[in-house]
Design a protein around this ligand. Structure first.
Ligand code: HEC
Ligand code: HEC
Length: 271
């Protein structure tokens, strides 16, 4: 056990200089790749607000030091009562930027990327589709959610891992959370989150087979339509009532219906 550990740390030490050199060479591409993978579900550079603010010209409104601290530890800043973070939280529907395991070096590369794009007037990412949803959008969104309509990329149906008010129930997946309240949580940014999820489990699946902007918009429209229904207290009450009802019914039925049952069985046998 101990020896295993030692070998590993020696190996790491030997690798470190190589990694540092290689790191600075491809930092620019790395930062862009990381932005696409880790940040773009919630932010654009210069293409408008999503779940979080447009990061264009970030360098003009925040010192790099503050931004580095925020990117590497957003929750500590928000929960620690940092005044800027508190204002941002209020301006962004109370959605907290999650801890994403970004290192200080990575954050600095990301900030450089944001500054470079802002200075050159280049954009990265697309803002959420903002046209109003039609009933057809909502209908198609529901079909994508249940898997009755397949995503073009071949991505799995949301219902294999999620439930939402009125869909799934016992049949829906339990790996991910119930999505009835997703609109309340992510607001207009929800379709961006679906198009480009930064949640570890989903990313594993959707980074290779992403939903298109249009598909994501329709699923988000569907979730918004169920989100405005009364809260899902039924989610608990329904199964419980169901089980009580089933057991009760079996007891009652067993008692009252024994004779009838025998009759049926006799009938079956005589055929
Ligand atoms: C799940 C959504 C989400 C992801 C993913 C995310 N952010 Fe954020 N970000 C937010 C929200 C929301 C805010 C506004 C503050 C708050 O409410 O927590 C924010 C705020 C920020 C701010 C402060 C903006 C300002 O105007 O001062 C920076 C900088 C930032 N994010 C950078 C990043 C970077 C870089 C990444 C990728 C490593 C990232 N974020 C990933 C949601 C996200
Ligand atoms: C392979 C399983 C899987 C599939 C398929 C999947 N998700 Fe998820 N999803 C998860 C898990 C697990 C989480 C919780 C965060 C994590 O660990 O990744 C999650 C989190 C989410 C969240 C954030 C919920 C919250 O409360 O913050 C949203 C929104 C979401 N998924 C939407 C969708 C939509 C829409 C689809 C279909 C396009 C989908 N997911 C398909 C597993 C999945």
């Amino acid at each position: 056990m101990l020896r295993h550990f030692e070998t590993r740390s020696v190996l790491k030490l030997m690798l470190l200089p190589t990694l540092l050199v290689a790191g600075s060479v491809c930092q620019a591409q790395d930062a862009e790749a990381q932005f696409r993978k880790t940040c773009m579900s919630c932010h654009t550079i210069g293409a408008g607000k999503k779940v979080g603010p447009d990061l264009k010209d970030l360098g003009k409104r925040r010192p790099h030091e503050w931004a580095t601290k925020f990117i590497t530890g957003p929750l500590a800043m928000i929960d620690g009562g940092d005044p800027t973070a508190t204002t941002l939280l209020r301006e962004n529907n109370g959605v907290k930027m999650p801890e994403l395991g970004v290192t200080v070096a990575e954050a600095q590369a990301l900030l450089k990327l944001i500054d470079d794009y802002s200075a050159q007037g280049k954009t990265l990412g697309t803002a959420a589709i903002s046209r109003p949803a039609t009933p057809e959008d909502i209908r198609r969104g529901r079909l994508y959610f249940t898997g009755d309509l397949r995503f073009k990329s071949g991505a799995p149906a949301c219902m294999s891992c999620h439930r939402a008010q009125g869909v799934g129930g016992w049949g829906g997946g339990w790996l991910g959370p119930d999505l009835t309240g997703a609109t309340a949580k992510y607001g207009a940014g929800l379709s961006g989150v679906i198009e480009n999820p930064s949640f570890p489990t989903m990313q594993g699946v959707f980074s290779k087979t992403p939903a298109s902007a249009e598909e994501a918009f329709q699923v988000a429209s569907y979730l918004k339509s169920v989100g405005s229904q009364p809260p899902a207290s039924r989610d608990v009450a329904f199964p419980v009532l169901g089980v009580v009802g089933l057991v009760g019914g079996m007891l009652l039925g067993g008692h009252l219906g024994r004779k009838r049952f025998k009759g049926v069985r006799k009938n079956l046998r005589s055929r």
